[in-house]
Design a protein around this ligand. Structure first.
Ligand SMILES: NC(=O)c1ccc[n+]([C@@H]2O[C@H](COP(=O)([O-])OP(=O)(O)OC[C@H]3O[C@@H](n4cnc5c(N)ncnc54)[C@H](O)[C@@H]3O)[C@@H](O)[C@H]2O)c1
Length: 220
């Protein structure tokens, strides 16, 4: 299979790219940053998803994983929502053999917790995911979103490396843990490669936070 991943240069996107490649697939990575995956089954494109014209022409992908995102950046809606729409509209049109599209939303899309524009952008992604699922169902394409709670990524280093703050986060996290990038990749690969029957769903995978104790704690 050939997989397009946005935001493939770090964190969840990079780990997912590595895992697809380990399983023998080919990844087209798109990121505003330089590529960080070195493998003959990886091709990198440096592009800003906010700019439609910077997106590369790709026509032979089977899977699209919309992962690129920013948090509390001043451009969360432009990047997470409009950028994701740019990418999706381009590649669902130009890739006739797509079998699945997956969006990396966030638990905040369901709970409304976290930063205001981030939560709004991710709730927008969840709504857009559903619209896309309806439109692509006649082509047999599954379209879903994952809404993760905390993941041990570099982007969360400021709170992970602050023992007092992380202890407060764990106090309100029912399962007393965050997800690893590998676990996130397990969900991503299953939903895009294996799942053929579920579509239009925003899956909340958040260490029990939303259902059992919805409280957002961050650095002062
Ligand atoms: N880390 C978490 O705890 C967590 C939880 C829930 C959801 N998410 C979501 O998962 C996704 C990945 O998060 P991460 O923690 O791996 O973040 P990250 O910062 O490590 O990776 C995001 C990648 O997106 C790229 N990117 C940012 N803006 C871009 C743009 N305009 N055009 C192209 N590429 C751009 C960055 O360069 C980076 O490589 C994000 O959408 C994030 O909102 C993360």
């Amino acid at each position: 299979m050939k997989i397009i991943i946005t935001g493939a240069s770090s964190g969840i996107g990079r780990r997912a790219a590595e895992r697809y490649i380990e399983k023998g697939h080919f990844v087209y990575g798109i990121d505003i940053a330089e590529g960080t995956v070195n493998d003959s089954n990886y091709k990198h494109f440096t592009a800003d998803i906010r700019d439609k014209n910077s997106l590369p022409d790709i026509t032979d992908a089977d899977i699209l994983f919309n992962n690129a995102g920013v948090q509390n950046s001043g451009a969360d809606i432009e990047t997470n929502l409009f950028g994701t729409i740019n990418v999706t509209e381009k590649y669902v049109e130009s890739n006739k053999n797509l079998i699945s599209v997956l969006f990396n939303a966030s638990a905040s899309s369901v709970t409304g917790q976290e930063f205001a524009e981030y939560a709004a952008s991710k709730a927008g992604v969840a709504g857009y995911m559903k619209n896309t699922a309806i439109r692509l169902a006649p082509r047999g394409i599954t379209v879903n979103a994952v809404s993760f709670g905390g993941v041990y990524t570099e982007s969360n280093a400021p709170v992970i490396n602050d023992p007092g703050c992380f202890e407060k986060i764990m106090d309100v996290t029912p399962l007393k843990r965050w997800m690893t990038e590998d676990e996130a990749a397990d969900w991503i690969l299953f939903l895009t490669l294996v799942n053929r029957s579920m579509s239009g769903q925003n899956l909340l995978i958040d260490n029990g936070e939303a259902e059992l104790n919805p409280t957002f704690v961050w650095k002062d």
